[in-house]
Design a protein around this ligand. Sequence first.
Ligand code: TLP
Length: 342
Amino acid sequence: MIDLRSDTVTKPTPEMRKAIAEAEVGDDVFGEDPTVNRLQEMVAEKLGKEAALFVPSGTMGNQVCIKVLTQPGDEIICEANTHCYNFEAGGVAFNSGVQPRPLEGNRGVITAEQVEAAIRPDDEHCPRTRVVTIENTHNQAGGVVFPLEEIKRIRQVADRHGLAMHLDGARLWNAAVASGIEPATWAQYFDTVSVCLSKGLGAPVGSVIASTAERIAEARRVRKVLGAGMRQVGILAAAGVYALEHHVDRLAEDHRRARRLAEAVAELPGFDIDLDTVQTNIVVIRLERPEWSVPGVVAALKEQGVLVVPFGPRKIRAVTHLWISDADIDTAIRAFQHVAAS
Ligand code: TLP
């Protein structure tokens, strides 16, 4: 099976398993796991932040950061198709007691003008606007890199109005490799940043959040409240360290393969792809034939040995990653050709 459902499906490579097996560990609740400490220092440095914290998932990364930045009753501005609004099980309401203010973006990108217009007046009837969240790359939009210039402009608005900014950088590594802009250059505009190790980088588990030392100390408390103070978790952090050292630059290969798949499938009758959005490792494909259903096409591709996921009423998604080769892309293209011809 060629598994293009997500870049989360990767299994650790033999070399990564070796790093896991040999990891030095300690009790991380005591702050004594050397491998966790090393991972946190590495990520803080790569993101140009004072401190960082290992968390089990990207969802927890976003949730802890939002909790640290808000008070119950606040409002957070986000793009309407972002993960933290749609796919974290109502987490910002559940964990932080805040309400999201979704803004409709253009291919996932919201503007400084949209953000400014959405900021609430200082009025006792209104929630307090407290945070702007940005997702980079933007998953639902098809792996779009959020333009740095717009982030700078949104930051200016945030500064004028005393708002914090959070970056859901689950795939910030992809954005950095695709754009040639360093992770720290992106991160400098944000008060909190969450990055994932278990997506394109291929680690089995884990995300890291980064911010000031003060906020990370608070984030440690929040992580504890959520039950994720972990013990000899260096065995997982070791996979993250290995991934950061060996699997970042190679993301360019995933991007090249996604592009090749997208260009080939876009030519086939019945499949529509906005090629402008195919900037990284995600390909969102719209089904044009009215007689096709999403589950039907997903099943037909599966019969041809290719797994993709439903991604909205008329859409499916294919994602390239560490375990997808050029030959796999050839096979996947043939599978799409077969379905198009059926
Ligand atoms: N995304 C998953 C699914 O949940 C949709 C995927 O297959 O793409 N932020 C972004 C932008 C994400 O895409 C995801 C996961 C997360 C956060 C959450 O990460 P995890 O799954 O580690 O909680």
